[in-house]
Design a binder for this molecule. Structure first.
Ligand code: ASP
Length: 438
């Protein structure tokens, strides 16, 4: 029998009704034997996420303020679920322990992790499945860095008997048992870890949307859904800001060749988006898979005659960025020009020093700094099979009267990246989408 690992996000487990939907989904397919829950999320737009309330308790306790009213809100969320579902687990004792530890000065990671821990206890009781504390298997080193290989071994051991299990998301522990969390949204990573450890056939990530869209719906009206995408394409899109899945959740499953299926708990019949390592090319597949972008970049452009003859020019320029801890996003170059695209936020605190130092080390003819730039990536595995993709993209931009300030196309032909003024950001995405999809 195949193995399916499921992960349910906070909105999928926000109250008793959502729990019931999760149970139906799990029971619908007997291959679904491992489940990774998030903490209860928002039930309605103005509601609080339990994780946010737990961080708030920690802040209040550290500042010597009364955190009890906040903790009571959290306790009520879990009690309501347990009561409505008629669960038997001794939730009172588990809540008391968390309450005492917060009062005794537990750190932020411990406090935040209890959202998933307590939800895991409830779900295990509701399903009649075993509860496996992630602290036993998800391992971080002394400095708090995640240890993927050790984790894989420990998790595989914990789940070796093949019995169905509930493994709370978002946290793990150091060897001494102290709890460490991933960054926000990190239950996605735990799900991928479990999928890799048990050698799952598929990792199902259940959330409140039916998968990825080709473009941001705030910019493009009713964008098409993406039914299939490769991990590499998704990496390009999520790097540019398209977010449904935590960025780090792709690595364990991609490495193990396990597909991820994004599904909607509120529309379980919808097939969602499938992310896989390779996808066969078929000619009716759209040339582009998706478009995503970001505002807020700065381009530092350096010009010097005969730059191409000067050994080490690029190293000196990039060395300055390294000196100031700034990573560059793109590096378009010409014969006598070199541009570094960096995030404006990272440059802001040391902008003048960086420019003076580049001038000092490279002695350029001119240096210009262009702020308020957006970077937009058009991604598609189909580009490599189609001539004229770039021509179509740029003519759509020119017809929309948009000035292209920068172009970058990786040799993989997986994406075309353009830089435009921030004011043209939305219009660029609309023009590209229109050229390929409408
Ligand atoms: N509960 C955590 C958060 O809100 C982790 C997660 O939901 O994935 O960030």
């Amino acid at each position: 029998m195949g193995k399916v690992v499921t992960k349910f996000g906070g909105s999928s487990l926000a109250d008793a009704q959502q729990f019931a939907k999760v149970r139906d989904i799990l029971l619908m397919d007997s291959q679904r034997r491992y489940v990774v829950p998030s903490a209860p999320g928002r039930r309605f737009p103005e509601d609080d996420k339990v994780t946010d309330l737990l961080y708030q308790c920690h802040r209040q306790a550290s500042a010597g303020e009364d955190f009890q009213p906040t903790f009571d809100l959290i306790a009520a969320r879990y009690m309501d679920i347990a009561e409505e579902l008629g669960l038997k687990v001794d939730l009172g004792a588990a809540l008391d322990e968390v309450n005492e530890k917060i009062a005794a000065g537990a750190n932020a990671d411990y406090c935040a992790s209890r959202g998933e821990y307590l939800n895991g206890l409830l779900l295990a009781d509701y399903m009649g499945w075993r509860f496996v504390d992630a602290a036993q298997a998800v391992r971080f080193d002394d400095k708090g860095a995640f240890q993927p290989e050790l984790t894989n071994e420990l998790m595989a051991k914990c789940l070796a008997d093949g019995e169905p299990a509930v493994i709370p998301g978002f946290y793990g522990a150091k060897a001494d048992g102290s709890v460490v969390t991933f960054s926000r949204g990190g239950s996605d990573i735990t799900g991928a870890i479990v999928a890799r450890a048990v050698g799952a056939d598929v990792y199902e990530n259940w959330t409140d949307v039916s998968g990825f869209l080709m473009a941001d719906p705030r910019i493009v009206k009713n964008p098409r859904e993406i039914s299939a995408i490769t991990y590499k394409e998704l990496r390009e899109l999520s790097y540019m800001g398209a977010s449904v899945l935590h960025e780090d959740a792709m690595f364990p499953v991609h490495k193990a060749g396990i597909p991820t299926n994004i599904r909607n708990t509120n529309r379980p019949e919808h097939p969602g988006t499938i992310i896989s390592v390779n996808l066969p090319h078929n000619s009716d597949q759209p040339t582009i898979t998706g478009i995503a972008g970001h505002k807020g970049f700065t381009v530092i452009s350096v010009e010097k005659a005969m730059m191409n003859n000067e050994l080490g020019f690029g190293r000196r320029m990039l060395g300055v960025l390294e000196e100031y801890g700034i990573s560059f996003e793109h590096l378009p170059t010409g014969i006598d020009t070199m541009c570094a695209v960096v995030s404006s936020e990272s440059l802001a605190p040391c902008r003048d020093q960086v420019i003076s130092r580049i001038i000092e080390l490279t002695e350029p003819d001119t240096i210009t700094v262009h702020e308020n730039m957006s970077i937009i990536a058009t991604v598609g595995r189909g580009m490599v099979h189609n001539c004229g993709t770039a021509a179509r993209l740029f003519s759509a931009m020119s017809q929309a009267g948009i000035n292209v300030r920068m172009i970058d196309q990786g040799s993989s032909e997986l994406s075309i990246i353009v830089g435009v003024d921030d004011k043209d950001f939305e219009a660029t995405i609309q023009a590209i989408y229109g050229a390929f999809v409408l």
